[in-house]
Design a protein. Structure first.
Lengths: 193, 633
């Protein structure tokens, strides 16, 4: 497992260690493929506080909540058996900066010598703030890649926590994870989900 | 926010005067004021009648029962009679609004007080004792008002009482008067009427259609306001521009206003013999205009002598050179004449320091303006000089007048705005920080302030001795960042405003890091952060004019081989319609370089955009923190 606690509640993460560990134990005993749902419907809007978000991803499929997270996610997605995206509703939970700090620290604590980069920008013609942390493991052999993308438009704030386990094609893996985030859009009001 | 009763001020420009200076309250009591207190009974009866007819419900604050302003334009004089009455429903209203004041121009107006008394809750009438009147100067720095105000502490006020006040201001100059007032007060008002009657030529008058109902006859007009609720107040607003008002002035065109004043300036600058020595020095200078400005701004001290006919008439430049003092008009025409001798295309410009909307000057009159500067067409465009600003940086129009409503005294001109630079407030910070083995950090910091910031620093530093300067700079440094140990400061550009004001400091911050342990470093980048935060808009009702900001900082951190650099913080590119924030980290052999740029060009932010603008400001200020991590060696 890449991480032992995949939860929206970063600030109190110590309290979640036990729960996340048990979740990890459950996951390790299951065949992930059984938990994977259908393809991503671009018309679907997942509900978060004060609105929702939509996603695309021709190569991605939806997964049941709890497949990759501790159950606190609002949506989960899978690519084959090695990549996943977990969407957390971070509104009123964590700031984008808290998330960036925590995800980086989390990764470098787990992977000695890991390299992380960060960038932040505003989506064109908007005040939608996007904050991205990208980390690679640098040990010999297949690499683990993590991308945490926070999207905060002032009213809604979600985090896309994406990881690709044990890949020999690090750049391709990064592109795969980043492309998912590019197509995610926040919506002011809920549609049907 | 204006004082509650200020909208009653007669001369509209007086609303802008910010500072009041006591000028011998007792000695001046009653000076130049005629007391003719014979209208009290009539006004009290009127006020009582209106109060009885009104349904004030649970009103707790002061209510204006009526305000009547009548302007009488005669062949030989113009007078304005003001009658007003207030009701005080509770103790708080008495405490907060129990004093009255009248503003007038002591040089060209005669003031007669016609009524000042109180009908207290027990039915007793209390007349004002004229011996208790306090006369205060109502002048602002560097503008040519000759305003004074008399403060009247009305006796006998208690909860449930009524006060009345009436006065008349007269001017002998029928050609240049300007009177007016706002459609609403800053408190509830039951009735507000503005009227004018005239002999001979009809004066120019304007009443905002959205606020007044007017009736006109051949020789009079009367306008009653529909605005009974108080005007909205805000943090940053020029009320002159946003509140509907009634204005009446001598019927003149802008060209006639310009003609009158250019004739005065021509007289004042006709004899230029006194400029000879000054011009010799200026011509020898590499930067003649800057040298001239420095002379007029710093070698001719500011002193207002707008006595008698000099309210709008500058003194002869020979007299100003001899006196070595003058007000904005005197300094401006002195500079104008010298620029003319240098062959520069320059012209005097009237400025309304309380307005940024030329449309708010509904009728042509010089009375709208309270300041004079000089503008010139230079190779790189128009630039305005304010010789009352003693330490203005070179190459820019002083920030205080940028964007303000003006009238160039050039035939054919109409009011517009003093040009605004895209970026007005600018600075640049360069910090070289070296981590030390004992956990401290040494810093060499260079800050450059080219424009108005430089003016502020110069103003503060110029009046301090060398040792006091260091102390003052150390205090500012601690306020902005943290205490700097063993700090030394040096400053350049204080005496010569042609150079950017530059502050260089060296010092040490203790207890910054723990060598031998992993480094998780954060720096507030406070020089920029503190300024960004200030941009938050607190207004609620009125658009805000923002003067452009451009800040740049470069921090160079040297890890001094104490740590191996591991990660750096986030590069940031925030481009928005309001401005941009950019942060770029660069790793360089044991060093981290962090460049930050924040730019918000001059702009007007509409009320509907306040939330978005403030979000941009908040997002930018949130990104100012510098982060990097290192492994102990």
């Amino acid at each position: 497992m890449l991480h032992s606690y995949k939860t929206a509640q970063l600030s109190g993460f110590l309290l979640f260690l036990a729960a996340a560990a048990s979740a990890a134990a459950v996951l390790s005993s299951r065949d992930v493929r059984e938990l994977v749902g259908g393809p991503v419907d671009p018309e679907r809007v997942w509900t978060v506080q004060s609105g929702g978000f939509s996603a695309r991803g021709d190569v991605w499929t939806t997964a049941r909540i709890g497949t990759f997270s501790d159950g606190s996610a609002v949506a989960e997605f899978a690519w084959k058996e090695t990549a996943s995206v977990i969407v957390f509703d971070q509104k009123a939970v964590n700031s984008t900066q808290d998330i960036a700090r925590f995800r980086r620290r989390d990764f470098v604590d787990e992977f000695d010598g890991a390299v992380c980069t960060q960038r932040r920008w505003l989506r064109a013609d908007s005040l939608e703030h996007r904050s991205e942390v990208v980390c690679f493991s640098v040990a010999d052999g297949p690499a683990d890649v993590m991308v945490s993308l926070s999207i905060d438009d002032g009213s809604r704030h979600i985090e896309l926590y994406a990881e690709h386990r044990a890949t020999d094609e690090r750049d391709d893996a990064l592109t795969l994870l980043r492309n998912f985030g590019k197509d995610v859009q926040l919506h002011a009001t809920e549609k049907t989900s | 926010m204006p004082p509650k009763r200020r909208p009653e001020v007669n001369a509209l420009r007086a609303i802008l005067t910010m500072s009041a200076l006591l000028v011998g309250a007792n000695a001046s009591a009653g000076k130049d004021i005629n007391w003719q207190l014979d209208a009290d009974a009539r006004l009290l009866a009127d006020a009582r009648e209106r109060l009885e007819a009104a349904d004030l419900g649970e009103a707790s604050g002061v209510v204006q029962l009526f305000l009547r302003r009548h302007i009488d334009v005669r062949d030989d004089a113009v007078s304005e009679t003001v009658e007003m009455a207030y009701f005080y429903p509770g103790d708080e209203s008495v405490q907060n609004d129990g004093s009255d004041e009248i503003h007038w121009d002591t040089h060209d107006q005669d003031l007669t007080v016609l009524a000042a008394s109180v009908l207290s809750s027990d039915g007793q009438t209390h007349a004002f004792d004229r011996r208790t009147a306090q006369v205060l100067s109502d002048d602002s720095d560097n503008v040519f008002t000759s305003e004074q105000k008399v403060i009247l502490q009305l006796p006998g006020l208690d909860a449930g009482s009524i006060s009345v006040l009436a006065y008349r201001r007269s001017v002998a100059d029928r050609d240049h008067f300007l009177f007016g007032g706002y459609a609403m007060a800053s408190l509830p008002s039951l009735y507000r009427e503005f009227s004018v009657a005239w002999q001979g030529q009809r004066p120019a008058w304007h009443a905002d259609e959205t606020a007044f109902d007017c009736e006109q006859t051949e020789r009079s007009v009367s306008c009653v306001s529909r605005m009974t609720e108080p005007g909205e107040t805000d943090e940053r607003v020029d009320y002159y521009d946003v509140l509907p008002k009634f204005t009446v002035a001598a019927d003149k065109s802008w060209d006639e206003v310009i003609e009158d004043l250019t004739a005065e300036i021509a007289n004042a600058t006709a004899d230029r013999a006194a400029l000879a020595l000054l011009l010799d020095d200026v011509r020898d200078s590499e930067l003649p205009i800057e040298t001239l400005l420095a002379f007029v701004a710093r070698k001719v001290r500011y002193a207002s002598f707008s006595e008698a006919e000099h309210a709008y008439r500058p003194h002869a430049i020979g007299q100003t050179m001899k006196n070595r003092y003058g007000d904005c008009k005197d300094k401006s025409v002195l500079m104008l004449a010298a620029l003319d001798e240098l062959g520069v295309d320059a012209y005097a410009t009237l400025v309304a320091t309380f307005s940024q909307d030329p449309e708010s000057l509904a009728v042509p009159s010089r009375g709208h303006f309270d300041h004079m500067v000089v503008c010139a067409q230079l190779a790189d465009g128009e630039r305005c000089f304010d010789p009352t600003v003693a330490h203005a940086g070179a190459g820019t129009t002083p920030s205080g007048i940028q964007g303000r409503t003006r009238l160039n005294l050039v035939p054919g001109s109409t009011p517009d705005r003093v040009p605004t630079d895209e970026y007005v407030w600018e600075f640049e910070v360069e910090s070289d920080l070296v981590f030390q083995a004992n956990g401290s950090q040494t810093e060499r910091l260079v800050r450059r302030y080219p424009g108005p910031y430089g003016t502020l620093y110069r103003r503060a530093l110029a009046r301090r001795e060398a040792n006091e300067r260091s102390e003052w700079l150390a205090e500012r440094h601690e306020e902005a960042v943290a205490e700097l140990e063993e700090a030394t400061f040096s400053v350049t550009g204080v005496d010569d405003a042609r150079e950017p004001l530059t502050v260089t400091s060296n010092g040490r911050y203790d207890g910054v890091a723990a060598p031998g342990e992993a480094l998780s470093y954060s720096d507030g980048s406070f020089w920029i952060r503190n300024e960004i935060i200030e941009l938050e808009i607190l207004n609620k009702h009125y658009d805000v004019h923002i003067k452009g900001r451009r800040y740049r900082s470069v921090y160079r951190f040297d890890l001094n081989k104490l740590w191996r650099l591991r990660d750096i913080g986030a590069n940031v590119e925030f481009d928005s319609r309001f401005g941009r924030f950019r942060r770029q980290y660069t790793k360089r052999r044991g060093q981290v370089h962090v460049e930050t740029v924040f730019e918000v060009p001059s702009q007007t932010v509409a009320v509907a955009d306040f939330d978005a603008f403030n979000r941009f400001v908040e997002l930018a200020s949130d990104q100012t923190g510098i982060l990097f991590w290192g492994e102990a060696r």
